[in-house]
Design a protein around this ligand. Structure first.
Ligand code: ATP
Ligand code: FE
Length: 350
């Protein structure tokens, strides 16, 4: 089973070819990021993103076909992110996929971007269902119970910001570069986490919901207090703020993960995805939690944790095997909760 996947829901245009033959193999993949295009605006500009996706999609497809030595005729289906995401970008991808599918007379499969993230551990490792997925990225933060390629149950998640977004804002407040995660992590290594008493929101409440917006405010206050007192921030002040902030995020994620595993004793595998899972301090805390709960821990390589098309092709392959097929009526969806029972997809507040 050979699937071409397309991804264009945020600020990365990507294509990949994945073969599923007992095990999954990535035959070719490419990602064209748009960071420079948006840098001057301090965030992703939807119109600019949509235009860039429309320009880059064909190029991405040509690249992976060339790299794999295959043609569209060798594909069994075209999988494309059909949401959730920035609607212009998702539409570009869906239109490109429709054109390819119609031209080569191939089945079309619309994939939920979050399902792509949530199924990634099965692309990279021999991970059986069911498992617990912690998805922590720039736009999302949620615990998912994964029982199948179409069976997701949201166990909890952020009620406001995503941690990646908080890392990015922290970096901006402290004059560090973007993306904020790696910059804050590097500073935090030199810092003293105990200097500031940052809150651990919602730990006093039962359940697996989380909140990160208060933490952002606490950081802003601590920074302003320091600036008022000393007239500026030293390198060490910055490092201490980063260390305190990161420790708070780490503690909240670790404790809520511990609770999610305790509440679902049949889940003996914890997998992570999303850019924040690259953070070494957070990852180490999650490894500890998994060990303490006698649970296997799986973290895909970073390039597959962030936005990519291999995860979309792989999810498309699993759906194809389940008999899922879309047609030319496939629509781009800005919102698309993975868990039909969950009222709203919170945590995409950008
Ligand atoms: P989404 O996929 O939810 O729409 P996104 O594409 O912004 O959002 P990713 O590409 O998965 O998310 O991850 C990017 C986020 O991860 C950024 O917010 C970035 O700051 C954060 N991040 C990356 N590396 C680290 C790190 N080492 N520590 C903490 N955060 C990190
Ligand atoms: Fe994503």
């Amino acid at each position: 089973l050979t699937i071409l996947g397309l991804e264009s829901s945020c600020d990365d245009t990507a294509a990949a070819i994945v073969r599923l033959n007992g095990t999954a193999e990535i035959l070719a993949q490419t990602v064209h990021g748009q960071a420079q295009l948006h840098a001057a605006f301090g965030g992703v500009v939807p119109e600019i993103a949509a235009r860039a996706h429309a320009e880059k999609l064909d190029l991405c497809v040509a690249e992976v076909l060339r790299a794999s030595g295959l043609t569209l005729r060798d594909m069994d289906a075209i999988a494309v992110t059909a949401g959730p995401g920035l609607i212009g970008g998702v539409m570009s991808g869906v239109m490109c996929a429709k054109g390819l599918a119609a031209g080569a007379d191939l089945p079309l499969i619309g994939v939920n971007h979050l399902a792509g993230h949530a199924l990634t551990p099965r692309l990279t490792d021999a991970v059986p269902y069911p498992y617990l997925m912690l998805l922590v990225s720039g736009g999302h933060c949620q615990f998912l119970r994964v029982d199948g390629a179409q069976e997701f149950t949201r166990i909890g998640g952020t009620i406001d910001d995503a941690p990646g977004e908080a890392f990015d804002k922290t970096a901006r407040l402290l004059g560090l570069g973007q993306p904020g995660g790696p910059a804050v992590e590097a500073e935090a290594r030199q810092g003293d986490a105990a200097r500031h008493a940052f809150p651990r929101p919602l730990l006093d409440r039962p359940g697996c919901d989380m909140s990160f917006s208060g933490l952002k405010t606490a950081l802003l206050r601590a920074r302003n207090a320091q600036m008022a007192e000393a007239g500026g921030l030293t390198r060490q002040d910055r490092a201490d703020l980063c260390a305190g902030f990161q420790a708070a995020v780490r503690d909240v994620l670790a404790e809520k993960t511990r609770r999610a595993l305790a509440a679902h004793p049949d889940l003996r595998l914890l997998a992570v995805a999303g850019g924040v899972a690259a953070n070494q301090a957070i990852r180490a805390a999650l490894v500890d939690v998994a060990e303490g709960a006698d649970t296997r821990f799986v973290a895909p390589p970073l390039a597959l944790c962030t936005d990519n098309a291999a995860m979309i092709a792989y999810a498309g392959a699993e759906l194809f095997r389940l008999g899922v097929r879309d047609d030319m009526t496939l629509a781009a969806r800005p919102r698309w909760p993975l868990d039909a029972a969950s009222p709203a997809m919170l945590g995409s507040g950008r």
